[in-house]
Each structure stands twice: as C-alpha cells, then as structure tokens.
Design a protein. Structure first.
Length: 365
C-alpha cells in the first residue's frame, strides 16, 4: 500500500525532561518545572469527588473557569480564552496571526513550543541574541523587520531563569511597531516577588497589541490535567474562539483549576517554599563553584563554567542515583548547563546530599 503524501517539517521535535531511569523504580524528577508541593488540597478534594460527571461533554466555553480567572485577577471575562495547557493557546495564536514567510522574533533561548508552532504554519524564526543569558531589548529591536509579525517572550524566561524589569518590558512595547503582536508568557509570574518586576497581566490588561499567556501547570500543580489560558483584546479572543476545538479543556481540568485559584493558603505556602529552597540550593551550589541566576521562578539554571566538574558529569552521576535534572543540550543547545526544578523538602535535601557525595565535598549546608 502507498502512504498518501504528507507534509515534511524541518523541525526539531520537543523533548521533555526525562522522567525515568532504567532499572530504578524510585526517581526524583527535577527536570520539568512541576509544582514542588503538588496540587492544591481544594483541587484534590474536588477531583476525588465521586459525583463528578464524566459521561457528558465539558462546557466548550469553560465559563466556570473564566469566571474564576476574571474574579481572581480582576479581568474582563470576555477577553479570556482557555486551552489544553498554554501550549494550545500558543498554537492557536500562531494559526491566527501567521502566514508563510512571516517572521517570528524570539530570544536566543526560550520555550521551545514558540518556534515549533510558528514553523508548522510556515513562519520564519528569527533569534535575538541574549546578554549573559538575559533577554536583550536592544537585540530584539535590532532584528525587527517589515515581516515581523509576533515577538514572544517569557518573563521570567525559561530555561535561563532571568527576567526583564517592568521598565524594560514597557520600553519594548513602546519601541516595537504597533502592528507587531507582543506575546508575554507569564508562566512563572506567581513566583516572582522582586520589586522591579511586573507581570504582563499587570502591565497590559487593556493593550490590543499584547497577548498574555498563563498556565495552571506550574504554581497550581495541574500539569497532568493540561489547562492554561490567554488574555487579549476582544477582537483576538473572538477570532480565536472560531478556530478553537469545541471541547478543548476537559471538565475536571476546568473545575480543578477554578478551585485552585481559591486556595490562597496553598498559593502562599508554595511561594514561600520555593523562595526558601531556591535560595538555599543556590547558596549550597556556590560551594562547588556552580553558579545560578537570581531566584525568579521554580527552577535554577546551573552554570558549570567555573566548576572543576562538567554539567554532563554531574547530570550522569545524579541520574545513576535516581535524580533527574534537565539537560539544556536537548532542544536548547546550551552547553555546560543544567536546569534544576525546585522540589519538595525531601527531594531538595536528597539532591544536596547527593551532590555533596558525588563531588566529594564534605561541607555542611
């Protein structure tokens, strides 16, 4: 039989952080920037409710979730769209705005799905150089052409962990052509407490040429349910609703996400946990000349340039002991670095004690 001809994409497929090690049953997975404390107790209670109806299609408009988002962030409900993870919203934005040969401008190191979805619709990817692993407004503006249609930035940025200040983000929007859509991914915004930072949502609630992305996979611990959302002008949202799959967010995901937003106690606990252990691990790693970005999200980018051991050496040693970090060689092509997700108390302590054992340092931490 002949296989009908299909499109061939010159795209490097997304490679998620590894989650298994052969012959090892107990694994500490610190490779995917998932929630250190799991999901909200309120959401968990809801999910375990035996009265949930699973034999009917979910609400295609995600009305309960949109109302909860609107109430929590003081937003216009009609300017919200929900997706099966923010990935799906990124995909829809690319489908809506991009034509073949349009240009999409990305920082040198950024979330891989921006480039993948852009390439699928035929757009050209243009990379702007980063300065010390930080997004550079100057370098982005240098790369703008008449063909530039979208600029994607995550703030804080993944995988580098660096961030743009409020002033820098406002400056970028001011200096970009008005007809270029600026997409700001706020995936890690809940973790940021630095005084010079403001989320895209805080800065651009009423800008027609800015689109904001949010997710429930990080802070809220609902990665497996796949639920995220976007916020933009009514014109953009109405157009996205035309191309959105009819029942794209499952019913449990909608209810659990809405419930998570109400759990302020869990949110505050997660923020405090992250700040405490991210700073503790950062200080600990400096004993081995492994340096990281300032704490801005639920992960750290580990730099081995001044360490006597390579990133690959530590990665393999930890993996053999059942601790998995994210190799930045995969997809990002960043040499001699590792990305470490902040884990639970038990996981973080195990990580530090194992690093100590592997690198033959016997200092207290």
């Amino acid at each position: 039989m002949n296989t009908p001809k299909f499109k061939q994409f010159n795209i490097e497929a997304y490679k998620p952080g590894k989650s298994k090690v052969k012959k090892l049953k107990k694994i500490i997975k610190l490779s995917a920037n998932e929630s250190a404390l799991g999901m909200s107790p309120k959401a968990k209670k809801l999910i375990l409710n035996k009265n949930l109806t699973l034999d009917k299609y979910p609400d295609g408009k995600s009305e309960i979730l949109k109302k909860a988002i609107s109430k929590t962030y003081k937003l216009n409900k009609d300017k919200i769209i929900c997706g099966a993870g923010s990935d799906e919203v990124i995909q829809m934005i690319c489908q809506l705005f991009l034509n073949p040969k349009d240009e999409v401008l990305l920082p040198e190191y950024s979330f891989l799905m921006y480039r993948i979805y852009s390439k699928i619709v035929g757009a050209k990817i243009v990379f702007a150089k980063e300065i010390n692993f930080k997004v550079s407004i100057k370098e982005i503006l240098k790369k703008v052409t008449r063909k530039t249609k979208i600029v994607f930035i995550a703030n804080p940025n993944n995988p580098t962990g660096t961030y743009l200040t409020k002033k820098e983000v406002l400056d970028l929007r001011k200096k970009l052509n008005k007809n270029i859509l600026l997409v700001i991914d706020d995936a890690y915004a809940e973790y940021m407490k630095n005084s010079d930072y403001a989320s895209g949502l805080d800065l651009f609630k009423n800008k027609d040429n800015v689109f904001i992305l949010r997710t429930f996979s990080k802070m809220f611990g609902l990665a497996s349910l796949r639920v995220g959302w976007g916020y933009g002008s009514k014109k953009i949202i109405n157009a996205l609703n035309v191309i959105k799959p009819p029942f794209n967010v499952n019913g449990i995901a909608q209810l659990a996400a809405a419930e998570s937003l109400k759990d302020k106690k869990f949110i505050n606990k997660s923020i405090k946990h992250n700040l405490f252990y991210a700073n503790k691990i950062k200080k600990f790693l400096e004993n081995y000349n492994i340096y990281t970005n300032s704490v801005s999200a639920n992960f750290l980018l580990l730099n081995f340039e001044k360490c006597q051991y390579s990133a690959n050496y530590l990665y393999k040693k930890l993996k053999n002991k059942g601790i998995i970090l994210r190799s930045t060689q995969d997809g990002y092509h960043i040499k001699n670095k590792l990305r470490l997700t902040i884990g639970s108390k038990k996981e973080n302590i195990k990580f530090m004690s194992t690093v100590k054992e592997v690198l033959n340092k016997w200092k207290k931490f």
